[in-house]
Design a protein around this ligand. Structure first.
Ligand SMILES: [Zn+2]
Length: 446
């Protein structure tokens, strides 16, 4: 696929409507009728009509989308809707967010361009630098340059707009509800699948981890699985995390790597059947966790879908890429062509936070048709491997980061999507206790 010619892209009626629709969804005003959009390029303004109300957006596209990638941008700070902290806006020279009178709202900073930039992942569309796994890196992002990553900026703009809209309209009936979603990427369903593999796994541990205590624990776990494969630590880890989510009224999602779903030995079959029963009984949403190299390769992705369908008897509707390997220029097309309805891969592996500027599900933008895709993206906010591996945070730092992002997500009624791998409860017991379990304990029943 060739690199899209989106460098010169200017927001038009389609993309403005797209942003407004997302802002209205977050604010719970999506029932309002957006009847007209008038762009005045000369005066850098956009006027829209919402029912009988006019909203005027000033300072529109004084910076082009490409300017946001390439130039130095001046930001101002305005108080958030609840005055909890100050949030950045592209400078309008006015140091305030909005004004209103009885028939009109005026928005000073250019929230349309920056929101579109973040949601459409424009910077990922127009740059080619990637890491060894083909991933766009946080260090190259606008969010890193201006320290936006810890702020659900699009949601914050929506909430400021909501304060104004509340003067004119009643909210809709279906307010977005804050949710914690504890997702698990099941890279390994079980640790001890057969005698030879189990011995290899133990020898591997002796080589990597010379702690006698750790190895002793693994040997104990292995012995327990000899008579009953359901004592497998990774399988039990999955159940433990499911139970944790349930205890705190949170949603669970399981993303399965497909190569563990075929070639079933008698031991595997016992675990696989138990997994199917647990999913059914607990009504857990499941999805595919396709392997490396599927993010830009339809045939490979197809093969993984087929394995998933064979095993679970349903087509793939949910997806998260292994290693969060993703390219916004190709992966959405592949997912959409297979009928996937929701993806949850868009978080940076190396940095927790709000990569897309929102904690709400949103429709990714397809520049090829200048309109949105029909699948939803559910942004990933925090992953175990980010805190422990990439960021090397101790338990206290990691827990504090989770709490900060949780609080910011909760204020804007978004989805706090956490990824914790099912092998961590056994492989990193203390970290899992001190970070994940302690986090849930500290927030209570949400
Ligand atoms: Zn994975």
């Amino acid at each position: 696929m060739t690199t899209l010619d989106v460098k010169d892209y200017k927001l038009n009626e389609n993309s403005i409507r797209y942003v407004i629709c997302h802002l209205l969804k977050v604010t719970n005003y999506q029932h309002l009728n957006l009847s007209s959009i008038c762009i005045d390029d000369k005066n850098n303004t956009v006027k829209i009509q919402l029912n009988s109300l006019e909203i005027e957006f000033l300072n529109f596209q004084r910076y082009s989308l490409l300017d946001l990638v390439e130039k130095n941008i001046v930001f101002d700070f305005v108080p958030s809707f609840d005055s909890q902290y100050y949030i950045p806006v592209i400078s309008s020279g006015k140091r305030k967010f909005s004004d209103s009178n009885e028939s009109k709202i005026t928005i000073y900073p250019d929230i349309l361009s920056l929101s579109f930039f973040l949601l459409s992942r424009f910077e990922e569309q127009v740059t080619t630098e990637r890491d060894a796994y083909g991933r766009y890196e946080y260090k190259n992002s606008l969010s890193r340059r201006y320290q936006l990553i810890d702020i659900p900026l699009v949601d914050e703009y929506a909430m400021l707009l909501k304060t104004e809209l509340a003067r004119f309209f009643k909210e809709g009936k279906f307010a977005p509800e804050f949710k914690i979603i504890l997702s698990q990427d099941i890279d390994f369903v079980f640790r001890f699948s057969g005698f030879v593999k189990s011995i290899k796994s133990l020898l591997g541990e002796i080589y990597l981890n010379r702690s006698i205590k750790g190895i002793g624990l693994s040997v104990k776990q292995f012995i327990k699985t000899i008579n009953n494969p359901l004592n497998d630590p990774y399988y039990m880890g999955m159940l433990e995390l499911l139970a944790l989510a349930k205890r705190y009224n949170s949603e669970s999602r399981l993303y399965f790597m497909s190569h563990y779903l075929e070639g079933v030995s008698s031991r595997q079959k016992i675990i696989n059947d138990a997994i199917k029963t647990a999913i059914k009984e607990q009504e857990v949403k499941i999805g595919l966790h396709p392997d490396l190299g599927t993010y830009n390769h339809l045939e490979r992705y197809n093969r993984e879908c087929a394995k998933f369908r064979n095993f679970f008897g349903v087509t793939v509707t949910n997806n998260r890429q292994h290693f969060l390997q993703f390219d916004v220029r190709t992966t959405f097309d592949i997912l959409e062509s297979k009928g996937v309805k929701l993806d949850s891969s868009l978080g940076y592996a190396e940095r927790e936070g709000f990569r897309c500027g929102t904690s709400h599900n949103f429709y990714p933008y397809n520049f090829k048709i200048d309109d949105c895709y029909s699948l939803l993206e559910q942004p990933l906010i925090v992953m175990d491997g980010t805190l422990k591996g990439y960021r090397k945070m101790n338990s206290e730092e990691a827990r504090d980061r989770m709490k900060l992002l949780y609080n910011r997500t909760k204020r804007v009624n978004g989805n706090f999507v956490v990824l914790w791998h099912n092998d961590l409860p056994s492989r990193a017991r203390v970290y899992t206790n001190e970070v994940l379990f302690a986090f849930f304990e500290s927030i209570g029943s949400n």
